[in-house]
Design a protein around this ligand. Structure first.
Ligand SMILES: C[S@@+](CC[C@H](N)C(=O)[O-])C[C@H]1O[C@@H](n2cnc3c(N)ncnc32)[C@H](O)[C@@H]1O
Length: 262
């Protein structure tokens, strides 16, 4: 395994534990039956009853299990053994039928020849992937003909901003070079010894083009002037469940959603 992906796995093993215990992920609400899915993906993915759904980078399984609660036959895949162990335990505890697999999403052999009606990924997934060409080919390979791909993701504009969202801290375009970070806490809180990790910026055009190059047909692309998670300190809540940049409310794209068909 690439040493940078192995470093990311160490980080996500730590963050899976912290995140599942955090207020950010509201496990009490989830255990009581609340969905972790947001209105954007619920509207775009639509009715999933009896559909097979592959969730890429499923973390500890909240969204995967939320799709299952809506009637989908779900498979979640994630790099972190800790996240997958927690997802499996959560499914068992809640009596939800789900399959989880621990693997790098860019490993073309991880899922064999399995094909799904829907492939889904969201919020903080793409920045961990060095090669979107390989990612898009995995999606195309695991969709049935006519199957749909949906992503709802933080807009790449966010990643260029500094901590106060006042200056440009890093480039918009992917130079191929990984950005190295050293974290001592997750976006959901907690404290831990420093762990290094690596991320790759991907422009909107790079994301769209990788899917087109893999043979998928783009069916929608939307940008949103708000975020649905308060993952950055420069965001403040403008109305329930919607966060904007304090000094630029409504002026920057903070999320995008994309749908494509095979
Ligand atoms: C921010 S989380 C996913 C977001 C998800 N919407 C959530 O909040 O539950 C990112 C996930 O990507 C996973 N990940 C990172 N790199 C990966 C890779 N190369 N293959 C598979 N999973 C990966 C991490 O282990 C982590 O669980």
């Amino acid at each position: 395994m690439d040493s940078r992906i192995a470093a990311n796995r160490r980080l996500w093993n730590e963050w899976a534990r912290i995140n599942q215990e955090s207020d950010f992920y509201d496990m009490a609400g989830f255990r009581a039956g609340q969905t972790s899915l947001k209105p954007i993906e619920l509207a775009e993915v639509g009715d999933v009853t009896a559909k097979s759904l592959l969730h890429l980078q499923c973390h500890f399984g909240q969204d995967t299990l939320s799709w299952a609660r809506l009637g989908a036959k779900v498979t979640g895949i994630d790099l972190s053994p800790e996240a997958i162990a927690r997802a499996e335990a959560l499914a068992k505890e809640l009596g939800i039928d789900a399959r989880f697999l621990c693997a790098d999403v860019l490993d073309p052999k991880a899922l064999g020849d399995a094909q799904f009606d829907i492939v889904f990924t969201s919020y903080g997934a793409l920045n961990w992937l060095p090669d979107l060409g390989a990612w898009a080919r995995v999606i195309a390979r695991h969709l049935k003909p006519g199957g749909r791909f949906h992503v709802v993701e933080f807009h790449p504009i966010i990643s260029i901003l500094d901590e106060d969202a006042k200056q440009i801290a890093s480039g918009y375009f992917n130079s191929g070079e990984a950005l190295r970070f050293e974290s001592t806490a997750s976006y959901a809180g907690g404290d831990h010894a420093p762990i290094e990790s690596f991320e790759w910026p991907h422009s909107l055009a790079e994301i769209v083009q990788s899917l087109l190059d893999a043979g998928l047909t783009l069916t929608s692309l939307r940008e949103f002037p708000y975020c649905v998670h308060k993952c950055w300190t420069f965001l403040e809540e403008s109305e329930p469940g919607r966060y904007v940049v304090k000094h630029h409310p409504g002026k920057l794209p903070l999320l995008f959603s994309l749908s494509a068909r095979k």
